[in-house]
Unconditional design. Structure first.
Ligand code: 5GP
Length: 199
């Protein structure tokens, strides 16, 4: 049986050229707070019993989910900033990721006061594709001497390899919806949980 997010993807998401799933009307532009809350509660359920001291994401599209996840865990949330937005002289942890949607390398930073050595950090994002964003965040968490408690995403594009690599590297990854395949020309989406095709 499909969960609420998988069903919403099948019913409403649009497949765009370049292997992009467009969910602008509830996740990436307009934000449906009720859906984001359900995603956060589902991640809380899946990470039940895992100690989390802090939630970390990347601006901009991870922020809405990360805020809600931080709220249900009752911990602080910090988002990595893209380097062009830097206007601080604070010492920073820096990393870089090839941006899947913008097709360019993006420099990222988190100011040092916002991750502490020894903390258990839950990494949260809207999408997981090749894993570039997740690994850049993991890199900065490790620079801080903190530990990765897990990686929680709303939508994993399972065929793109990021999830496989994270699991192989031993990270606890939870994805509320996993897409096994999608096709722009025919507007087909196949969810991991159900071998069913829909537009
Ligand atoms: P990765 O770094 O895992 O290759 O890609 C993850 C990042 O790219 C996410 O932070 C997300 O913002 C963006 N992204 C990747 N695939 C998609 C997609 O199909 N749709 C949207 N809207 N964003 C995506």
């Amino acid at each position: 049986m499909l969960n609420f997010l998988e069903q919403k993807i099948l019913d409403e998401a649009v497949v765009k050229p370049g292997d992009i799933l467009k969910v602008d009307h509830f996740l990436n532009h307009q934000v449906d707070v009720a859906i984001i809350r359900k995603i956060a509660l589902e991640l809380k359920r899946r990470f039940d019993g895992v100690k989390v001291d802090r939630v970390v994401t990347i601006e901009a599209s991870g922020i809405s989910i990360a805020i809600m996840v931080a709220d249900v865990f009752q911990v602080p949330m910090v988002f990595a900033k893209k380097a062009e937005t830097s206007n601080s002289t604070d010492a920073k942890y820096v990393s870089r990721a090839f941006s899947y949607t913008h097709r360019q390398v993006t420099d990222l930073f988190i100011s040092r006061p916002y991750i502490h050595a020894g903390e258990k950090v839950l990494i949260v994002d809207d999408f997981l594709a090749d894993g570039q964003a997740a690994y850049a965040l993991i890199d900065m968490v490790h620079q801080a001497g903190a530990e990765v408690a897990g990686v929680g995403v709303a939508i994993e594009k399972g065929y793109q390899g990021g999830g496989q690599k994270l699991r192989a590297d031993g990270y606890h990854l939870e994805s509320v919806a996993i897409i096994d395949a999608m096709d722009c020309e025919h507007q087909t989406i196949v969810l991991h949980n159900q071998d069913e095709t829909a537009s």
